[in-house]
Design a protein around this ligand. Structure first.
Ligand code: MN
Length: 497
């Protein structure tokens, strides 16, 4: 049973009186509203609100988001209204609760692809309006998945599938590895009992052995690093998550002996320079496997993930994966976007500076898409404190989202055309554009794309000279620059010949 004290204990930034009161008041309000209601598990309903709030606190969100987490099911499931929440807790918290309620109305329907695209769209639109809404929704879903045993079986299937196809990718995109990993394993358990049990059995059998092995490796590494004068923040080891182990096993005829990274040891050091030095020391001790060194520090993954991975012949000649990263990278990998809240607090850097004074002193390698949000925000040039304190990114008035037929999201200014869309995907696509379809209907290249349309670009095999005419209707500077550059190229070619 979770208590409100547990939520407070896990609050990651400075818990002053105002913040504490906000959380406590939201708790009392939700508790009273849900009084007498039970979950399918037989527990008091408020347990679900508390568990949700606890997950939100653990990923480092602040008091308003935690309060909204406590209140998230109140308007939908009790006789207390959104207006009452707004009056008592303010518009910002009410806005988040409303967002979570709206997202909750998404249900699986239609063909799989159709519903997938539809839901992903809604999630992304919500994300754009306020990222915190999506984080609350992820926490809500995580607790629902933990208690899915109590739900009828057909419903389990739908919810598990929706989790795997929508919530897991979104947690991944937000870079919240902790939530992503747990959601993925829980969805796997309900979608595919048989394989889940098989993998679990395999891992259980090896578990003690793996634990002992990790312990021994940790001690060896620690000794060497100390001798070389490297400051160690932490060395942790852990067994692989079940679903990712299953995916690996499938590639290797379900033969667990062929899985290299069954166990991984993670070394956390203070600075980036220490990471590379540590890599050298590790390789001196344990021979590395050729072609398995990955430097995600110089080349981060698209979701911003940074770390060095190497696979080595560890103690007893057994193969093992070693990850090396700084504390900041580790926090980012586990808490994703939320870790920026933690940092902004620790380093006394406000979101205001992050968004508007740009490069100031903020982590140079923030999540790629956060950077994108910041760029959009800069383009619009809004600067009001309510937005800043809330990170309510209200750019939808001036921006639209369009989708590729595969469901990738392209963000464009209002009035953008298929030519803008094409250049946004890739300059090569832009210069091969012949025609376009919006929601499967042919449209002119000067067509103004509407929010949430699926745009398909019809291309020629070869690149060709863009039409001068395009410059009269494109909206993005990106498309303009490319068109001008190409026109110039053709002009010069004509002069030469
Ligand atoms: Mn809920």
């Amino acid at each position: 049973m979770v208590k409100i004290e547990d939520v407070l204990k896990n609050f990651k930034s400075n818990l002053n009186r105002e913040r504490k009161n906000r959380i406590l008041e939201a708790y009392e309000f939700a508790k009273k509203a849900h009084e007498g209601q039970k979950r399918k598990s037989g527990e008091d309903y408020i347990q679900h609100s508390l568990e949700t709030a606890l997950i939100i606190a653990k990923v480092g969100m602040r008091s308003k988001t935690i309060a909204a987490g406590l209140l998230h099911d109140v308007p939908e499931d009790t006789d207390k209204t959104l207006e009452e929440i707004s009056k008592k807790f303010g518009e910002e918290i009410a806005f988040m609760v409303d967002g979570v309620t709206k997202l909750g109305k998404i249900k699986l329907r239609g063909s799989q692809e159709e519903y997938f695209l539809e839901n992903t769209r809604k999630m992304f639109l919500a994300m754009a309006a306020d990222i915190r809404v999506v984080i609350i929704k992820l926490a809500d879903r995580l607790h629902n998945m933990r208690t899915l045993d109590h739900v009828p079986e057909e419903k389990q299937q739908r919810i598990a599938r929706e989790t795997m196809e929508i919530f897991v990718p979104i947690a991944d995109r937000l870079g919240i590895g902790e939530i992503k990993g747990e959601l993925e394993d829980l969805a796997f358990k309900f979608m595919d009992h048989e394989n889940y049990n098989k993998v679990k059995h395999l891992e259980d059998k090896l578990y003690q052995e793996i634990e002992k092995y990790i312990q021994r490796t940790k001690e060896e590494i620690e000794k060497d690093l100390r001798r070389e004068g490297i400051k160690i923040i932490e060395i942790k080891g852990r067994a692989k998550r079940l679903h990712s182990l299953y995916l690996k096993l499938q590639q290797h005829d379900m033969n667990i002996d062929r899985i290299y990274d069954l166990a991984a040891v993670r070394i956390i050091v203070p600075e980036i320079a220490d990471c590379y030095e540590t890599l050298g020391i590790v390789h001196k001790k344990y021979h590395p496997l050729v072609g398995r060194i990955k430097d995600y520090i110089s080349l981060p993954k698209p979701n911003g993930y940074q770390s060095i991975h190497t696979t080595v012949f560890g103690p007893e000649g057994k193969i093992l994966e070693i990850q090396i990263r700084t504390k900041k990278m580790d926090n980012e990998a586990e808490f994703g976007i939320a870790s920026h809240w933690i940092y902004s607090e620790q380093e006394k850097i406000s979101w205001k500076r992050f968004f508007f004074k740009g490069k100031a002193k903020f982590p140079e390698k923030e999540l790629v898409w956060i950077k994108q949000l910041r760029e959009w925000q800069n383009e619009i040039g809004r600067d009001d404190d309510e937005f800043l304190s809330g990170l309510k990114i209200d750019f939808l008035k001036n921006r639209i989202f369009a989708f590729t037929p595969r469901g990738d999201i392209i963000n464009l200014p209002e009035g953008a055309t298929p030519v803008d869309f094409a250049y946004m995907i890739h300059s090569d696509i832009g210069s091969r554009t012949m025609g376009a379809k919006a929601d499967r209907k042919i449209v002119p290249l000067s067509y103004q794309i509407q929010n949430a349309q699926v745009i398909e670009i019809l291309t020629s095999k070869e690149t060709k000279k863009p039409s001068q005419d395009w410059l009269t209707f494109v909206r993005t500077s990106n498309a303009k620059a490319h068109i001008r550059k190409e026109l110039k190229k053709y002009e010069e070619m004509a002069k030469k010949s």
